[in-house]
Design a binder for this molecule. Structure first.
Ligand code: ACO
Length: 308
């Protein structure tokens, strides 16, 4: 079913830790090579949070997004954080961010939909704003995946990194935002995190290419737009070959995709908002953006909305 709301993104922010873990560093930790990692994934380096928690990174990204907006922090009445790596079961990362920002009146909670978490959180926030109960939502994706990586498992440790991205959305009668989010429960073993991330990489790869294609086609169809109406596609940054395969089969120019996975690896729920922020800071004019993600669950989803 199509989900249409009248909201727009008014600002974005991000935080990435300073410490860089290169493919060369990983060569010293597991049996791998820079050549293998670059050719199979496109990833060259990733950031590792040495001191920062997922909550700290969410807070720093939120400060950036607030600083980019004309809002006062007390204008925020809804905080949703997408994360699978919060420090505690409860309070949520969002509750902690609310406390750190010292916002008194606000609803705050977390969403867990693995790497699709941010697109899910954005749809939930848009719906709550559409209902008229909330005015300004801070939607954040923040992950400290280094906490759940087994650095002796070359199948997974080379893929992921840490970081956070944040977005502020508000109601706007003149803007239409479309969402399509889905999940299925028959592949719950393909990608799991108990102590560490465990993944059937080939299965995830095939699934990802399939649902990314379908999600792009579906959201364009819902919005009655063509790819030419879209300024940029912000895909989940998991693997360059997944994005190339989607671009090729839908005959979309690869330049239309914002790609930063070479610098950060896969930051799960943070990957789309970090890429969105980097795109928004390079392109100040109003833009039509298409977001598309997939993740453990399996979950997947897409959105078309306007930024600035
Ligand atoms: N260095 C060197 N060799 C390696 C490494 C490594 N880091 N990792 C695996 N290999 C080996 C394997 O052991 C295998 O050897 P074998 O043939 O002797 O068994 C060989 O390389 C090929 O392995 P494949 O799994 O076939 O490699 P593939 O080309 O499929 O690439 C990869 C693996 C990168 C994991 C790919 O499948 C992928 O990107 N999958 C999607 C992963 C993904 O997107 N995950 C995120 C989901 S989002 C979320 O919710 C967290």
């Amino acid at each position: 079913m199509m989900h249409l709301t009248q909201i727009k993104i008014i600002s974005t922010g991000k935080y990435v830790p300073k410490k860089i873990l290169t493919n060369g560093d990983l060569e010293k930790m597991v049996e791998t090579s820079n050549e293998w990692i670059v050719s199979r994934t496109g990833i060259k380096e990733r950031r590792i949070a040495e001191k920062e928690s997922a909550t700290d990174m969410a807070y720093f990204a939120a400060l950036d997004a607030l600083g980019q907006s004309k809002l006062n922090k007390n204008d925020i009445d809804l905080i949703i954080v997408a994360s699978i790596t919060g420090e505690q079961m409860t309070p949520s990362v969002a509750n902690h961010v609310q406390k750190m920002l010292n916002i008194k009146h606000c609803m705050s909670f977390d969403v867990n939909a693995a790497c699709t978490g941010y697109v899910y959180a954005l749809e939930v926030a848009a719906s709550l704003i559409q209902s008229g109960s909330y005015k300004h939502a801070l939607v954040i994706g923040s992950e400290k995946l280094s906490n759940v990586l087994d650095y002796t498992d070359r199948n997974t440790c080379i893929l992921f990194g840490d970081g956070a991205g944040a977005t502020i959305i508000q109601k706007s009668e003149n803007h239409q935002a479309y969402f399509y989010n889905q999940s299925k429960g028959d592949e719950t073993d393909a990608l799991t995190v108990k102590k560490y991330i465990k993944m059937d990489g080939r299965k995830v790869f095939l699934f990802a290419v399939d649902v990314m294609k379908k999600s792009i086609v579906k959201i364009l169809d819902d919005a009655q737009l063509t790819i030419d109406d879209i300024d940029v596609i912000i895909p989940h940054q998991a693997n360059l070959r997944i994005i190339q395969s989607v671009a090729k089969s839908l005959q979309i120019d690869l330049d239309k995709f914002e790609i930063n996975l070479q610098n950060y690896g896969n930051t799960s729920a943070a990957s789309i908002p970090i890429a969105l922020d980097e795109y928004a800071k390079k392109n100040k004019q109003a833009k039509n953006v298409l977001l598309v993600g997939f993740g453990g669950g399996f979950t997947w989803g897409s959105a078309i909305l306007q930024i600035n």
